[in-house]
Design a protein around this ligand. Structure first.
Ligand SMILES: N[C@@H](CCC(=O)N[C@@H](CS)C(=O)NCC(=O)O)C(=O)O
Length: 278
């Protein structure tokens, strides 16, 4: 298909956060999709789904789950998009970027997946993650797919920094917190609080991880993106996680974190404002 801009808006499903969700949304995988939709200059509308309703909504749309809990049971997630122009329903952020690129190759700012070397950064540490990640879904761009999994693993390992500041929508805050507690097998939501020395330890590890990633961003000194002035979906993967930290950390701590490594992540975060319209 060679369509450039579709007539009807794409329906995008994201997780509702504290109103106005347009300003507080901070779920990383939906952010990847939002960046991709804006990069492709797609008209879209957002359906804000309360966290406890995600399973019902996803099942209602007949979109199979793409993620499982450690015990093998299905984990129903967002984002999802429905494209009324083609009838497509896509329920994984990487698949969404692939779908947009294949269906609307020339739209907006063009190619989400320009050729680049992404293979030389991997997470240095052994790690274990509470809820296993979706495996790489190549979709024609296996290097990007693998980079996506690496980025998700690297940031997920430090997600403990964000939980206490998550801007839950009061409409479903209690149920959402109870679900987080259940998944982690802790007693109460306050057990997620990370302060003092324990917080510093995670920040030190986060700094080291970001240092490895910063090497890639410094290769082309001409701009905020991996390819200098040219944004690609790889920048959006990292930028989406930065949105989560931006939306959950105190501003001063976000400023501190994004000042590390010569500010490359601050520059990336700010430059992606161009594709951040909710
Ligand atoms: N591989 C999936 C993973 C999606 C995912 O994990 N989404 C999270 C938000 S970032 C979610 O829906 N969580 C719902 C919950 O925690 O109940 C994708 O990239 O779309």
């Amino acid at each position: 298909m060679t369509t450039s801009t579709p007539a009807n808006p794409i329906e995008f499903y994201d997780i509702a956060t504290r109103p106005p969700a347009e300003k507080t949304c901070c779920s990383p995988n939906p952010w990847k999709a939002r960046f991709a939709l804006n990069f492709k200059a797609m008209p879209f509308t957002t359906n804000w789904v309360q966290m406890p309703d995600i399973t019902k909504v996803r099942k209602g749309l007949n979109v199979p789950p793409v993620r499982q809990f450690a015990d093998g049971t299905d984990f129903y997630t967002l984002p999802i998009i429905h494209d009324p122009n083609t009838g497509a329903l896509v329920g994984d952020s990487f698949d969404i970027a692939v779908y947009l690129q294949k269906t609307y190759p020339d739209a907006g700012a063009g190619d989400l997946f320009p050729a680049q070397a992404l293979g030389d950064w991997v997470l240095a540490k052994e790690h274990s993650i509470l809820v296993p990640l979706t495996e790489a879904r190549p979709g024609g761009w296996p290097d990007y797919a693998q980079f996506n999994v690496n980025v998700d693993a690297a940031f997920t390992l430090h997600v403990g920094l964000t939980v206490q500041g998550f801007p839950f929508d009061p409409a479903s805050e209690e149920a959402s917190k109870a679900e987080f507690v259940r998944r982690a097998g802790v007693k109460r939501f306050e057990d997620f609080t990370l302060e003092g020395e324990a917080r510093q330890k995670v920040k030190d590890s986060f700094k080291e991880m970001l240092g490895g990633l910063a090497v890639l961003f410094k290769k082309d000194p001409s701009g905020p993106f991996l390819l200098g002035q040219r944004a690609s979906y790889a920048d959006m993967m990292v930028g989406a996680w930065l949105r989560m930290f931006h939306g959950t950390l105190e501003a001063s701590e976000f400023d501190e974190i994004t000042s590390w490594h010569d500010g490359v992540f601050r520059q990336l975060h700010d430059a992606l404002d161009a594709y951040a319209k909710a």
